[in-house]
Design a protein around this ligand. Structure first.
Ligand SMILES: [Zn+2]
Length: 606
C-alpha cells in the first residue's frame, strides 16, 4: 500500500532539518501564539484561527475541522501531491539529496518520464504562445480573442496560445529542440501516423491545428495538457489532450491552480462549462471559478474539490438539453457522494440561454453575483426540473420522473423528506399519503447504508472513562510519560479501539528509544493516515497540568482505567452468579473469583 521509495532514514533527516512554520507560511499567514503559531485554516472556512502549527513538534492541527499531520502531509493536502513528491519538495528546500532510486524500476521510471513530459509540455506551451503573439498566422487567433474581449494581460496569465493551421508545425519545432516522435505522442500533442492508417506511413502529425490553445496546469502551475478551440464552426469545437501520464481529465479541473486561493477564501467553488467562461470570470475579478475538462462533474473530481471548498456552485445554462439530462442522472450520484462528504451543491441558473461570459460582459459583475446569490440547492433544482417534466409528459415519463425524484428525496435528511413530499404532492395533485407509500418503497430499494468515513476518536462509551483514556494517550504522545508510571497497563485495557491501536504501538517501541517520543507517532501517522488527525490533535492540544503533576496524573489515569475495567468485570460476574443461582447451579467457584476481583479492586480504590 505504501510506496516508500525513499529510505526511512533520509525521510527522518529531511524532517529534522525542515521547518513546518516556514512551509506553512508560504501558504497562509500564521502568527505566534505562545509556543505555537496560529492562523486561519486553509482547509475549511473560519473567522477565528484554529489552525495551529507547532514548531517544536513539527506538526499542524486544525481544531476546527480536524485536519492535521506533519510537514509532508501539509504539502500533500494543500497541493494534492503524493507522499514521495512532498518529501522531495522539502528535501530540495533543506538541501538534502534524495537518491533517485533506480533500483525501484516501476515507480521511479514513471516519475522520470513524467518530469520529461512536463518539460516537453513547457516547450510546447511556449511554441503556441509565440505563435499567437509573434506569428503572422497567429494574428487570426489574436483577433478572435479580441472579439471575445479577452485582454492581453489575461492572455498572458492563462498563457493562451495558437496552433497554426499546419500538420507538422509543432512537430518540426519540437524535433528541432531534440524531442522525439515518441515524446510527442506520449505527451499527447502529436498523433502517430501508423496508428491511423496501417503501416505505410511513418512519423507523427500535430494533434492541435488552427486552434486557440488553452494550456492546462496542475496545482504547481506546470503544464500537463492542452485544450484547443476552433475559430470557426469546424467540429469538434473543443479538443483536449488525450489521457497521458500527466493528464487524467476526469480528475482535473481547468484553472484550479488559479482558483484555489479565492475558493478557499470564499469557501465556494464555481464550476462553469467552458474555458472562455472561466477566463471571462477571472478577468472580471471573480476568481473562484473552474471548468470541467470535457467531462461531467463526478465523484472522481471530489478529492481535488474538497481540498479547497465545501460549497460547490454549478453555473450552467440548465435549458441546454444535454446539461439538463446530465444533471438529472448525475444528481443522485452527486447527492450521494458530495453530500456524504459534507459538500453542498448549488445550481446557479443563467437566464435566457446565456453563458457567464455574456452575463459579465454585458451586465457586469454585480449582475452575475446576483445570479449566484439566487442559486438553488441541487435537490431543489432537480426536483423542480423533474416536476415540470412530470406535469407535461406521457404517463411513462411521468412515472420515471417521479421515481427519480423519490430516489433523490430518499438521500435527504428525514426532516426534508416530508417537506419535499408535501410539495410534490401539491404540485402534481397526487394524494400525499399514496406518495409517501411509494416513497417508502423507493427508500427501501435505494437505502444502502451511506458509506461513512471512518471517524477517529469516536465518542467513547462513557464520557468520563473516555476522557481518562484520551488524557493518558495525550501525555504519551506528547512524550511526557516515563514507561514505569504505566505499570503493566495493556492496550486491551482501553475501551476506545483507536486508543488501543496507538497505545499498543507505543508499547511496541523499543524502550531505549524513549517509549513515547512524539516523532514516532508522526511517522506512524504518515504510514496510517486514518490516525493522523487524532495524533496531531493529541500532540498539539495544550496540557491541562503543570509539569510536576504529570506523574501523578499518569498514575491516576492508569488506576482509573484499571478500576473501571475491574468494575465492569465485577458486575458481569455478579450477573452471572445471579443467573446461576436462579437456575440452581453451584456458584462456589464464581464467588471465589468474585472475591479475588473485589480484592484487586480495592487496590485501586479511590
Ligand atoms: Zn480547518
Amino acid at each position: 500500500m505504501n510506496p516508500r521509495i525513499i529510505p526511512e532514514d533520509i525521510i527522518q533527516r529531511i524532517r529534522e532539518r525542515a521547518d513546518i512554520v516556514e512551509i506553512v507560511s508560504a501558504h497562509l499567514r500564521v502568527d505566534k501564539a505562545g509556543q505555537n503559531f496560529k492562523g486561519l485554516c486553509p482547509f475549511h472556512s473560519e473567522k477565528t484561527p484554529s489552525f495551529t502549527v507547532s514548531p517544536s513538534r513539527q506538526m499542524f492541527h486544525c481544531f476546527g475541522c480536524g485536519t492535521g499531520g506533519d510537514i509532508f502531509s501539509f504539502i500533500m493536502k494543500i497541493n494534492g501531491e503524493s507522499f514521495t513528491s512532498a518529501v522531495r519538495q522539502v528535501a530540495d528546500r533543506v538541501g538534502i539529496h534524495v537518491p533517485s532510486v533506480s533500483d525501484h524500476p516501476g515507480g521511479d521510471k514513471i516519475a522520470r518520464r513524467r518530469e520529461t513530459l512536463i518539460q516537453l509540455n513547457e516547450d510546447v506551451a511556449n511554441f503556441f504562445e509565440t505563435s499567437l503573439w509573434h506569428d503572422s498566422l497567429g494574428k487570426r487567433g489574436m483577433e478572435y480573442l479580441n472579439t471575445r474581449a479577452i485582454q492581453e494581460e489575461t492572455i498572458r496569465t492563462f498563457r493562451l496560445g495558437f496552433a497554426r493551421p499546419s500538420w507538422d508545425a509543432l512537430a518540426k519545432a519540437m524535433h528541432a529542440k531534440g524531442w522525439t516522435d515518441n515524446d510527442l505522442v506520449d505527451a499527447g500533442v502529436a498523433i502517430s501516423r501508423n496508428a491511423q492508417d496501417g503501416a505505410q506511413r511513418t512519423g507523427v502529425y500535430d494533434r492541435f491545428r488552427d486552434r486557440i490553445i488553452f494550456p492546462i496546469f496542475d496545482l504547481q502551475n506546470r503544464v500537463i495538457a492542452f485544450g484547443g478551440r476552433v475559430l470557426d464552426k469546424t467540429q469538434p469545437k473543443y479538443l483536449n489532450s488525450p489521457e497521458t501520464l500527466l493528464f487524467h481529465k476526469s480528475q482535473q479541473l481547468y484553472a484550479m491552480e488559479k482558483a484555489r486561493t479565492e475558493a478557499t477564501r470564499h469557501n465556494a467553488l464555481m464550476v462553469v462549462e467552458g474555458y472562455f467562461d472561466v477566463i471571462a470570470l477571472h478577468q472580471a475579478g471573480i476568481q473562484n471559478v473552474v471548468a470541467t475538462l470535457g467531462t461531467a462533474l463526478t465523484s472522481s473530481h471530489l478529492p481535488l474539490i474538497q481540498r479547497f471548498s465545501k460549497n460547490l456552485k454549478l453555473v450552467f445554462d440548465p435549458d441546454t438539453a444535454g446539461i439538463r439530462a446530465a444533471l438529472r442522472t448525475a444528481a443522485v450520484e452527486m447527492l450521494d457522494l458530495f453530500a456524504g462528504r459534507g459538500i453542498s451543491v448549488d445550481v446557479v441558473t443563467l437566464p435566457d440561454q446565456r453563458d457567464p461570459d455574456t452575463v459579465v460582459r454585458e451586465e457586469g459583475t454585480a449582475a452575475f453575483d446576483q445570479l449566484v446569490k439566487g442559486a438553488e440547492t441541487l435537490i431543489d433544482f432537480v426536483i423542480r426540473h423533474n416536476l415540470s417534466q412530470a406535469t407535461d409528459q406521457s404517463i411513462e415519463a411521468h412515472v420515471e420522473s417521479l421515481d427519480t425524484i423519490l430516489a433523490i428525496i430518499a438521500k435527504t435528511s428525514d426532516s426534508y423528506q416530508s417537506l419535499y413530499l408535501k410539495q410534490i404532492a401539491e404540485r402534481l395533485g397526487i394524494d400525499e399519503h399514496a406518495l409517501r407509500m411509494q416513497h417508502r418503497a423507493a427508500s427501501v430499494k435505494t437505502n444502502k447504508p451511506a458509506k461513512r468515513i471512518r471517524r477517529i476518536a469516536e465518542p467513547p462509551p462513557s464520557p468520563q472513562s473516555g476522557q481518562v483514556e484520551e488524557m493518558l494517550l495525550q501525555l504519551v504522545i506528547q512524550g511526557k510519560v516515563n514507561p514505569e508510571w504505566l505499570g503493566d497497563l495493556q492496550a486491551s485495557e482501553f475501551l476506545n479501539r483507536d486508543y488501543q491501536t496507538l497505545f499498543s504501538w507505543a508499547r511496541a517501541m523499543p524502550e531505549n528509544e524513549h517509549l513515547t517520543h512524539t516523532q514516532h507517532f508522526v511517522s506512524f501517522g504518515e504510514r496510517n493516515p486514518e490516525y493522523e488527525s487524532l495524533i496531531s490533535r493529541l500532540a498539539l492540544r495544550p496540557l491541562e497540568f503543570e509539569e510536576h503533576t504529570i506523574e501523578r496524573a499518569v498514575r491516576e489515569c492508569v488506576s482509573r482505567i484499571k478500576a473501571r475495567n475491574l468494575d465492569n468485570q465485577f458486575s458481569e460476574r455478579t450477573r452471572q452468579i445471579r443467573i446461576a443461582e436462579r437456575e440452581g447451579c453451584s456458584t462456589k467457584d464464581m464467588h471465589t473469583q468474585l472475591e479475588a476481583l473485589r480484592q484487586e479492586k480495592s487496590a485501586y480504590a479511590q
